[in-house]
Design a protein around this ligand. Structure first.
Ligand code: GUN
Length: 284
């Protein structure tokens, strides 16, 4: 029987701590940490994420502003909005919800966000800093995973860590954070030969491949810690992860559920980054 890592509970504890620090910040500076979220178009999943981000900000006492822009928004209009927010002293973090409509250049948009307000940590400068291990902001999902491991007192040092998925948002930075904490790290992807042979070596297995129930019990070593970053919607509308919970849970020593695992930690780390941005801006 695996320990179920309760992301909801860890997120609630962390958010209470952030709310406390935000209160102290607001009292001493006379303004609250502020986050601006831009959403372009009407993707329903993005709308839900953005609503959750706004609510999370309000719950910890941040100032937050959501900018809803039409699907036909031009690059010029979007860049002009970012420019305004760049110069807005109430705003310490700027987040442009991805994906953007196809006609917009995602890379150019991310590059336009000033690195000190880039609370997603997607800007080139911030991704470079992550490589060097010298950062103010960590990308929210990998940072949330590290926080969960820490909370559960799962040591990474010397462990075989296998990350399944090599996205810029999760897989690659996840591997870096595990490396910085002295894990022996392997990244697997769609071209990996004999994936099961590699995943079976993992003491800590992090799965972010975006395929429902992709990792099954036969691909996991007895006693492994299994972190499921997946968020897939089944035909019946239910959320499911990348890990087949029913066959993996009996083999694992600890496992994150979906929902209620990594998901709640991601927005929590966005709040942490926004507070960091406000604190660093106040020190300038
Ligand atoms: N879309 C899905 N996840 C994310 C995220 O973490 N940040 C942004 N900006 N967009 C997303």
């Amino acid at each position: 029987m695996a320990k179920i890592i309760d992301g909801k509970k860890i997120a609630a504890e962390t958010r209470a701590d952030i709310a406390e620090r935000a209160k102290g910040f607001t009292e001493s500076h006379g303004y609250a940490p502020g986050l601006a979220v831009i959403i372009v178009g009407e993707d329903p999943a993005s709308q839900v994420y953005v609503r959750n981000k706004k609510k999370a900000c309000e719950d910890v006492g941040f100032y937050s502003q959501v900018y809803e822009m039409a699907a036909e928004t031009t690059m010029e209009q979007l860049l002009a909005r970012i420019e305004e927010l760049k110069n807005d002293p109430k705003i310490h973090g700027i987040l442009v919800q991805l994906p953007l409509p196809k006609h917009l250049d995602e890379k150019a948009v991310i590059a336009a966000i000033p690195p000190e307000k880039d609370v997603d940590a997607f800007h080139l400068l911030n991704t470079g800093k992550i490589m060097l291990g010298e950062y103010s902001f960590l990308p929210c999902t990998p940072a949330g995973v590290m926080k969960m491991l820490e909370h559960e007192q799962i040591s990474v040092s010397g462990k075989e860590c296998v990350v399944v998925g090599r996205s810029n948002i999760v897989g690659k930075p996840m591997a870096m954070l595990l490396l910085h904490t002295n894990g022996t790290v392997t990244i697997c992807h769609s071209r990996t030969k004999d994936l099961a042979e590699v995943t079976r070596r993992a003491d800590i297995l992090v799965v972010a491949i975006g395929k429902a129930d992709f990792i099954t019990g036969d691909m996991v070593k007895d006693g492994a810690v299994v972190i499921d970053v997946g968020m897939n919607r089944r035909a019946d509308g239910k959320l499911t992860g990348d890990v087949d919970f029913a066959s993996v849970e009996p083999k694992a020593s600890a496992i994150t559920p979906v929902p209620g695992g990594v998901g709640p930690m991601t927005i929590t780390m966005l709040l942490e980054n926004t507070l960091t941005a406000a604190v660093e801006a106040a020190q300038k």
